[in-house]
Ligand binder design. Structure first.
Ligand SMILES: Nc1ncnc2c1ncn2[C@@H]1O[C@H](COP(=O)(O)OP(=O)(O)OP(=O)(O)O)[C@@H](O)[C@H]1O
Length: 351
């Protein structure tokens, strides 16, 4: 069942709407019961403006936000029963952890509050933290408290604006997974704004890619990756090379892709998109089978060490400069010619 509906919403900043910045330009999407939707896009694409418009914090220049079919125009923020969570959890510094969470339980009888606070802290992985002053918490713990507080009043939908952005990468990845579990466990539908692809993919049932105020594509993570639909979306997701199927120089690549490659006569104008890491260099340069019958090769520009692998910047004929993966400790020098295979999961065709 669809609960939240966003219909052709526009947000315009400035004195005169006709001349102002069109931060959001006709965006529509639904959030059905229990679903988490991530809005992903580069800085300035309008994600926060859209979220604020859904919350009722920003006036709509056009369109509508509906809950269960009822237009929310004129319904103020505090009457929407939507939960909000931001990058900085905005905890009350003078209250302890339990006090912060209890703030979200103002309507609950006093006697029931302590039990409910304990339940919520348990849910976000902070059992026993109730009496800690918030000043003594780590960044990740603070955001867990903010999540517990936002969930306390059982919001109809939770709106999250870059809630993990202030944390370091490792913590962000772990918290993204935990956050999803909490949203699923409580059945809370959510809209999650982020500029981080990994975070969006880890958190959401569907990911929407925004660009210049528009929602370009909205799909489940795997589907979005396999079929980004257009080049802007693909590039933002991490596809780094785009090869026109009809170009004569594409022949070796198409030969290496075999049956997966579109035939130029069937798909004129199609483009093969290759993600970072689509090419794989193997250690044993002597092996004839590597690179397939097409003998795909790359000329090394440089090698960078990563955890558990090496990344080799290579020039591939007909493709350009790409980042290929190689086993850890690869020792190639610039100018070396290396054989390449292709990881089929990192290649897609744009119509
Ligand atoms: N209060 C405002 N007044 C005028 N222009 C604004 C205001 N808020 C945002 N904008 C503009 O609207 C556009 C979209 O901004 P928004 O903050 O929604 O993008 P975003 O995708 O959330 O970016 P970021 O990830 O950097 O926060 C930008 O061009 C921004 O400069």
């Amino acid at each position: 069942m669809v609960t939240l509906q966003v219909r052709d919403v526009a947000v315009v900043y400035g004195e005169r709407p006709s001349a102002g910045t069109r931060a959001v330009d006709g965006v529509s999407f639904d959030v059905p019961t229990g679903e988490v939707v991530a809005l992903l896009g580069p800085s300035g694409c309008g994600k926060s403006s859209l979220l604020r418009a859904v919350a009722g914090l920003e006036p709509l220049a056009a369109g509508a936000v509906l809950w269960d079919g009822a237009d929310l125009a004129g319904v103020p923020v505090h009457r929407r029963a939507f939960g909000l969570m931001f990058q900085d959890g905005q905890l009350f510094a003078h209250r302890d952890v339990a006090g912060n969470v209890a703030y979200g339980l103002r309507g609950v009888p006093r006697a029931a509050r302590a039990g409910r606070v304990a339940e919520l802290l348990d849910l976000v992985g902070l059992a026993g933290y109730g009496s800690r002053p918030v000043a003594t918490l780590s960044g990740g713990e603070r955001q867990r408290v903010a999540l517990a507080r936002a969930l306390a009043p059982e919001p109809r939908v939770l709106l999250l604006d870059e809630p993990l952005s202030a944390l370091d990468r490792a913590l962000r990845e772990r918290l993204a997974v935990d956050l999803r579990s909490v949203l699923v466990a409580t059945g809370t539908p959510a809209v999650f704004v982020t500029h981080d692809q990994d975070e969006a993919f880890a958190v959401a049932d569907r990911v929407g890619v925004m660009h210049a105020g528009r929602l370009l594509r909205l799909a489940p993570p795997d589907e979005l990756w396999r079929a980004p639909g257009d080049r802007d979306v693909a590039a933002f997701l991490g596809y780094e090379a785009f090869v026109d199927v009809a170009a004569p120089s594409a022949a070796p690549l198409l030969a290496a892709l075999g049956a997966r490659a579109p035939r130029p006569q069937d798909a004129p104008g199609a483009v093969v998109a290759l993600a970072e890491g689509a090419f794989v260099v193997t250690r044993d340069a002597a092996r004839e089978d590597i690179g397939g019958a097409a003998g795909l090769k790359g000329v090394v520009r440089g090698v960078t060490s990563r955890r558990g692998r090496s990344e080799v910047r290579v020039d591939v004929d007909g493709v350009g400069a790409v980042t290929a993966l190689a086993p850890v400790g690869a020792r190639w020098e610039p100018g070396d010619v290396v054989p390449l295979t292709i990881d089929a999961d990192a290649v897609t065709v744009l119509p």
